[in-house]
Write a protein that binds this ligand. Sequence first.
Ligand code: DX5
Ligand code: ZN
Length: 210
Amino acid sequence: MKISASFLESNNIIEDIYKLDKTDVDYLHVDIMDGNWVKRKTFKYKEIKHYTSNISKRLDIHLMVKKPLKYVKKYIDLNVAFITIHLEDTIDLNKTINYIKAHNIKVGLSIKPETNFESLYPYLEKIDLVLLMGVNPGYGGQKIVDNINERLTKLKNYLNTKKLNTLISVDGGINNDNKHLVSKADILVIGSYILNSNNYQEQINKMRGN
Ligand code: DX5
Ligand code: ZN
């Protein structure tokens, strides 16, 4: 299982990114919100470029935006492993998926806790990753939804029956006490559980079960 660290609620972004880069975390998760798809507005492309220009971790970009294509066109220039867009309420969904794939970047599709994951089925053969939200998009530090294990299990079973090796990532509310609920995921996105501590590597080790 891989870990993608989210710095969304960091009060000291440059320092925290530098500290996370020194750990063995697998990816740096970048939460981009446009103030439209979701009320909050987060980082600008130039800021992310600046924050990440000297680090070695690859980026796991999570776009919570209405028009992802214009964002994707910029973010493909960074050291990106995944770009994930949302299934709900997104303009040019297919075009954006194709654009990401055409640039040899792995493409993810995310759904909010209330969204029926059957709506993902038509896309599963085209995408590399499903990002299941464990909380409603907007903020770090929220509590994970109760049915996350059920959703994850159903999706995993469906992928198995279809013989698809699409990755599953879970994002939001994950900590050491509830990690057993998401142990079937390939990637865990973790923010506050790592950042609200003095020793990031120790928290990451706990999540890996070390
Ligand atoms: C929520 C974001 C998450 C969040 C994760 O909209 O997509 O990535 O920052 O942070 P925690 O682990 O604190 O829920
Ligand atoms: Zn996220």
